[in-house]
Ligand binder design. Structure first.
Ligand code: 4NP
Length: 165
């Protein structure tokens, strides 16, 4: 069985593609790319089809994450049936997702930073209107939560044996 993870922010051009790229590389490094699938989406529709923000791409590339193949899309009702985990970057994203979620959907819907081992905050701040430092802060928060998420999934889905996790 494949475990499917969807990261969601507002525009799907800064925070959730960063989480997507970081988690995807973590999975590849752990040899779990076939067992755990990852995607990202936005609650908004303004940037559908666009590449991640160049500032997010540059910050990510400086840590060896390539976000260039990713394209923005909008979250949809089918996602709640397709994915096992839908993880929101901030409380507004979570509220918006709860509003469109159907009662039958059994996926885990939560704030992404809940999975950080030692969370210093509960939301990934939107870097879009800020300076360069904001994009590095997104990466710091995302890397910590992604490590915690991977450990959680391996434990709860009996994955990662022999992968050093
Ligand atoms: P994201 O950042 O939700 O992390 O992708 C944003 C991107 C674009 C806008 C807002 C936030 N916007 O207003 O266009």
């Amino acid at each position: 069985m494949t475990v499917k993870v969807l990261f969601v922010c507002l525009g799907n051009i800064c925070r959730s593609p960063t989480a997507h790229g970081v988690f995807q590389k973590m999975l590849a490094d752990a040899g779990l790319g076939a067992e755990i699938e990852v995607d990202s989406a936005g609650t908004g529709d303004w940037h559908i089809g666009r590449s991640p923000d160049p500032r997010s791409q540059a910050a990510a590339l400086s840590r060896n994450y390539d976000l260039s193949p990713l394209r923005a899309r909008q979250v949809c009702l089918a996602d709640f049936h397709e994915f096992d985990y839908i993880l929101a970057m901030d409380k507004q994203n979570l509220t918006d997702l709860q509003a469109i979620r159907s009662d039958q959907a059994k996926c885990e819907l939560a704030l992404f930073l809940n999975y950080a081992a030692n969370p210093t905050r509960c939301e990934v701040p939107d870097p879009y209107y800020g300076g360069e430092r904001g994009f590095d802060e997104v990466l710091d928060l995302v890397e910590a939560a992604a490590a915690g998420l991977l450990a959680h999934i391996c434990e709860h889905h009996a994955l990662g044996k022999g992968a050093g996790l």
